[in-house]
Design a protein around this ligand. Structure first.
Ligand code: 2HG
Ligand code: ZN
Length: 476
């Protein structure tokens, strides 16, 4: 348990507003947003400056106490939930919430890591630019978590993962050292790119306190189609055609199965599933001169001609386009209302997506033909949310545990056998730590532990997430 002297020194450093201990106020910080993992903490620390984050880390190093950085607390893998020992502090980034600068000519935005993604998007928009990170949780997730998990989302196909959008980073290390690399440069070949270590590290190597993100011209024009697929439509070939014939203006290529669609209420009745599901495809362009609506119509004509679509609806109004996206983005909520799902965030090489759907379906049917799947996702990135719905009447946590032990290994083996992965965009956190150890190449895992030991020799940074505590490390 943490020393009371440490708590006292934290209070002196952060002030009363910076140290929450009231159990009612602590509660939301101690559970992951899927309510799968519940932890304990003596306090939630809410620094309001980078200097306070440094002071916290110096104390944590001195007292050898675990610090669990938490941003918007929307992790799908319980990456920001303390353990049940009551010995780890949560470090909330929520009071580090300033947009530091938007630079139109450099096309960059500098923010504190506690800024909510949507606020960063709005700040970019106010300067006539666009932050191309689009997630279902953008109204509540914070930049620090987006960076910590290397979040993906709905337009990775065109703009990349978070990793591809980070120009500069500011990080407080486990011993309180500040690493300030908040440059806006596109080119800077001056040694190891240490930024990349912290992106996707889930707070296990340091606390990200600020970032510079790349912006792009606003894609004012968007053309969006709802493609009702024929059964067995070859998605990789369709994607290749759409990319080629649209001159690679595709910003989203999302897949929705009929079962996932049925979970979403209030959808426009015209937007139905084909026998092979649905593809939601969007082209976007910043140019006022490019007739992308016509381009999309032409491309969709080819898709129909190829026999891959039963019908195609092209959004005629912004409201219709918004409705298509609302359907896609509310599927996770639909699953929740249904009673929950066990999530498998797999990815495979683009060319194997249809093979995975077939092999995964066979594995599920062999395990229990009565199980229902909700499958959808960023198929343009090779990423499928291959979710098993919790059957009505079953206990959600017990079912999650059983599927995790008895069915998930078969699904992951299939994905990995195809050259894929068990976590495409949701990270590792506490829930997939064992999977990382099991599936990672041994050499790679050794290096991961080596990096962990280098940055966090005393194991105070988000202990329990991603990699084992730093014992043995590279020398074993
Ligand atoms: C999405 O794509 C998110 O909507 C959530 O990554 C996926 O809930 C899921 O399985
Ligand atoms: Zn997703």
């Amino acid at each position: 348990m943490p020393d009371t002297a440490m708590l006292q020194r934290l209070r002196e450093t952060l002030g009363e507003a910076g140290v929450l201990t009231d159990p009612e106020r602590l509660a939301p910080y101690l559970v992951d947003h899927r309510d799968l993992v519940r932890g304990k903490a003596p306090a939630v620390l809410r620094p309001s400056s980078v200097a306070q984050v440094q002071a916290i880390m110096r104390l944590a190093a001195e007292y050898r106490v675990g610090i669990v950085p938490q941003a918007g607390n929307t992790s799908y893998c319980a990456g920001a939930t303390p353990d049940a020992s009551g010995g780890q502090f949560v470090l909330s980034l929520e009071r580090l919430d300033k947009v530091r600068a938007v630079d139109p000519l450099d096309a960059a935005i500098s923010v504190d890591s506690g800024v909510i993604l949507q606020r960063a998007q709005e700040a970019a928009a106010a300067a006539g630019l666009y932050l191309p990170l689009s997630l279902g949780s953008e109204g509540s997730c914070r930049i620090g978590g987006v960076i910590g998990t290397n979040a993906g989302g709905l337009s990775v196909l065109r703009y990349g993962m978070t990793r591809d959008l980070v120009l500069g980073l500011e990080v407080v290390l486990a011993d309180g050292t500040l690493v300030s690399d908040m440059k806006k440069l596109r080119k800077n070949n001056t040694g190891y790119d240490i930024r990349q270590n912290f992106i996707g590290a889930e707070g296990t190597l340091g606390v990200v306190t600020g970032a510079v993100l790349k912006l792009i011209p606003v894609p004012h024009r968007r053309a969006t189609a709802w493609v009702e697929l024929t059964a067995g439509a070859p998605l990789p070939e369709m994607l290749a055609l759409v990319r080629r014939e649209s001159s690679d203006l595709v910003s989203s290529f999302e897949f929705i199965t009929a079962r996932s669609l049925a979970l979403v209420s209030g959808a426009d009745g015209r937007l139905k599933s084909g026998s092979g599901g649905v593809i939601l495809v969007e082209l976007s362009s910043s140019s006022q001169h490019l007739p992308i609506e016509e381009l999309l119509e032409g491309v969709m004509g080819e898709v129909v001609e190829a026999g891959w679509a039963e019908d195609v609806i092209i959004a005629q109004t912004e409201a219709q386009r918004a409705d298509m996206w609302r359907i896609r983005e509310t599927i996770p909520e639909g699953e929740k209302h249904f009673g929950g799902s066990v999530k498998h965030d797999i990815s495979v090489p683009l060319g194997r997506t249809v093979d995975f759907l077939a092999a995964g379906g066979a594995a599920v049917a062999a395990y229990d033909p009565a199980l229902e799947l909700s499958v959808y996702g960023h198929v343009g990135d090779g990423n499928l949310h291959y979710n098993v719905l919790v059957p009505p009447g079953e206990d959600r946590l017990a079912f999650t545990d059983r599927i995790g032990r008895e069915l998930a290994p078969a699904l992951y083996d299939i994905a990995i056998g195809m050259g894929g992965t068990f976590s495409a965009e949701h990270g590792v956190g506490r829930l997939k730590r064992g999977l990382l150890q099991h599936y990672a190449d041994p050499g790679r895992y050794r290096v991961l532990r080596g990096i962990k030991g280098l940055f966090d020799p005393h194991g105070v940074m988000n202990p329990g997430a991603m990699v084992d505590p730093a014992e043995g490390l590279i020398a074993d």
